[in-house]
Write a protein that binds this ligand. Structure first.
Ligand code: SF4
Length: 311
């Protein structure tokens, strides 16, 4: 394989197929409720980003059982990661956080994955994660939304945080030994190609364990959707996106796990998603192009460091 696929990395680690099962909590995000910002990121829809999740009115265990009932026979999977996906999952009372984590540790759950914002990483929440992880013998992963390394783009996106908050969050999580996965968008109209590639270098330097690369999808009833309908920006072609992602992968350390390379969103909710092609078809094209040129993840990664002294 020309890049380190998540499904294979999980199989290597656990000895069998492992599936991430989304959990939807009745929570929000400080970038939506006024604490950090209001209106949220310009691409974020009313229901956040948890399209595949069950209703938040169900308990955590009920959501897991319901999804496992569907996924286990379909994909012949017996082990699962409980994925706290939607909104900001370290933005709730600490005792509630601890309760939902414990509830998620049902039989055959081998890991907890917590999706959150870089500016919502604090020691009390990491301490709780560590203690639940040890007590329940489950691995802990934190998914951090970054999207772009360009602070001007972050401002346009109304992210409500900059690059330094992300770096600080990664450094803090590292001290706990949890796995870190970072979300980046590969074709933000305000980013240059160089911004995106610099993102790969930043992942290398910080020792991030995994990445989720998204192609930008545009949801209805969002600020981004209004801009799109008013032709306020241009999207690159699918070919250019594939080239860009290949270059990103070539710069990325070969040990970094690649959890995703294209965005996924339900057709009925989007104005634009993957140039009206299936993400699988695009992924096949990307892999074929890498094969054709003999490209591999990390073939442009260098461990050489500047060691000379001076100013
Ligand atoms: S941080 Fe996440 S949940 Fe909050 S507004 Fe942005 S995309 Fe939505």
């Amino acid at each position: 394989m020309n890049y380190k696929k998540y499904s294979e990395a999980l199989k290597d680690k656990y000895g069998e197929k492992v599936y991430k099962i989304p959990i939807n909590l009745p929570i929000s995000c400080p970038n939506r409720d006024g604490k950090i910002g209001s209106g949220g990121c310009i691409f974020c829809g009313e229901i956040g980003t948890g399209f595949e999740a069950q209703s938040a009115s169900l308990s955590v265990a009920e959501q897991l059982h319901k999804n496992i009932e569907i996924i286990a026979p379909k994909y012949h999977a017996n082990k699962f990661i409980a994925y706290f996906q939607n909104y900001t999952n370290t933005y709730m009372a600490l005792d509630v956080f601890e309760k939902v984590l414990n509830e998620a540790c049902i039989e055959n759950v081998v890991g907890l994955s917590i999706s959150t914002r870089p500016d919502c990483i604090t020691a009390p929440y990491l301490d709780v994660l560590k203690s639940v992880g040890l007590k329940k013998k489950v691995d802990i992963e934190i998914e951090l939304g970054l999207q772009s390394i360009n602070i001007n783009t972050l401002e346009i996106l109304n992210r409500g945080h900059g690059l330094s908050e992300y770096i600080e969050a990664v450094m803090c999580i590292k001290t706990y030994g949890f796995t870190i996965c970072t979300h980046l968008i590969g074709n933000l109209p305000w980013d240059t190609e160089r911004d995106f590639y610099e993102g790969a270098k930043l992942m290398n330097v910080l020792g991030v364990d995994a990445v989720k690369i998204h192609s930008l999808y545009i949801l209805k009833n969002t600020v981004l959707g209004i801009w799109y309908e008013n032709d306020a920006f241009d999207m690159i072609t699918p070919d250019a996106y594939i080239d860009r992602v290949i270059q990103f992968l070539r710069i990325l350390k070969p040990t970094v796990v690649v959890q995703r390379l294209f965005g996924r969103a339900p057709e009925e909710d989007t104005l634009f998603c993957n140039w009206d092609m299936s993400w699988r078809k695009l992924q096949n094209q990307l892999e074929a192009r890498m094969d054709q040129h003999g490209y591999r993840q990390g073939d442009l990664y260098t461990t050489e460091k500047i060691v000379s002294g001076g100013q």
